[in-house]
Design a protein around this ligand. Sequence first.
Ligand code: FAD
Length: 334
Amino acid sequence: MYKVLSKHNVRCTSLFLQRLQSTLVVAEHNNEKLTPITLNAITAAKRLGGEVFCLVAGTNCSKVAEEVCKVQGVQKVLVAQHDAYKGFLPEELTPLLLASQKQFNFTHICAGASAFGKSILPRLAAKLDVAPVSDVTEIKSPDTFVRPIYAGNALCTVKCKSKVKVFTVRGTSFEASPTNGGSASIETVTTDSTVGLSEWLEQNLTKSDRPELTSAKVVVSGGRGLKSGENFKLLYDLADQLQAAVGASRAAVDAGFVPNDMQVGQTGKIVAPELYIAVGISGAIQHLAGMKDSKTIVAINKDPEAPIFQVADYGLVADLFKVVPEMTEQLKKK
Ligand SMILES: Cc1cc2nc3c(=O)[nH]c(=O)nc-3n(C[C@H](O)[C@H](O)[C@H](O)COP(=O)(O)OP(=O)(O)OC[C@H]3O[C@@H](n4cnc5c(N)ncnc54)[C@H](O)[C@@H]3O)c2cc1C
C-alpha cells in the first residue's frame, strides 16, 4: 500500500533528512594559511544541509584550525598534527580520514578539486568501496550532483546511491564561505599508527609576486601566438599593471615558452576570474574548458575567425605585438 504525502510532509521529511546529514570538508592548507578553494568546498557542504565538519591535518597546523573555526557555517574543526602528515601525502592522510569516518559516520566527505583533493579523495573512496564524484559544479540534492563531462561540453547529473558520498568540488562554481562570523569547536583526532609507505622529501614551488592563478581576479593568458618564452614579458608587463596572474595555453606550455603550472584548461587549471584576457590563443575547446566561466572575457587575436571570439565579451582583431605594449603604456598613464 502506498502512502500519499502532502507537500508539507515531503518538505518536513526532507528537512528531517537534511538534519541527519553531516559533511566532512578536508581542508587544504600549508600549515600557515588555508587554501581559498577550501572555502568554496565549505559553501558546497553547506548546500547539502546538516552539520559541516572540517578536517585540518598537518605537521603544525593549529593556526589554520583557528582560521577555520571562524569560517561561517563550520560547526566543528577536527585537528590532527603529526610529522607523518608532512607533504600531505594521501597514503598517510587516508587512514586518518577512515578513522574520522568510523568515529563520526559522515554522510558526505568532500574537498576542493585541486591537486590536493584529487590525490586524496579517490584513494579514500576506494578504501570505503564507493565511487567518488569528481568536479561537482552544482548540488541538486544531498544525493544528486552536477558535474561537467567532455571538457565541459556537457553537464552530467549524477545520482549517488553510496552510503557515504565522496566528492570533489569545482572551486569556481561555489562562492567562498565568509571567513568570519563562525565559532566552531575544535576536537583532536588521531590514528593508531602511521603507514610509512612513502616519504615527502621536498617541493620546489615557483616564486612569484603575482596573484595565484586560480584565485586571481584578473588573468592574462598567452598562447602559441606569443611565439617565444621571451615574448611572454609583454604579458608580465601588462599583468603587473592589472595586478593580474599570468596563464597560458597548452600549446605555449608544450612549446616550452612557460612552465606547465601556468596552463589553463581541461588538463590545466580551471579559472573564473572577473576578467580573463586571452592573447594569441585560438580558443580550442580544451582551453575554453578552463576559462569559459570567467565573468568578462577579452580576446586579442589577429585571426577574426578564431573560435575564442565566440566566447569573448570583447574582441580585438589585431597583432598582439602591437596592441599589448600599447595597452600597457595606456595603463601606466593612469
Ligand atoms: C586531451 C587534450 C587536452 C588538452 N588540454 C588543454 C588545456 O588544458 N589547455 C589548453 O590550452 N589546451 C589544451 N589542449 C590543446 C588544445 O587542443 C589546443 O591545441 C591549444 O589550446 C592551442 O593553443 P593556442 O591557442 O595557444 O595555439 P593555436 O591554436 O596555435 O593558436 C594560436 C593563436 O594565436 C593567434 N596569433 C598568432 N600570431 C598572432 C599575433 N601576432 N597577434 C595576435 N594573434 C596571433 C593565431 O591566430 C591563433 O589563433 C588539449 C588537447 C587535448 C587533445
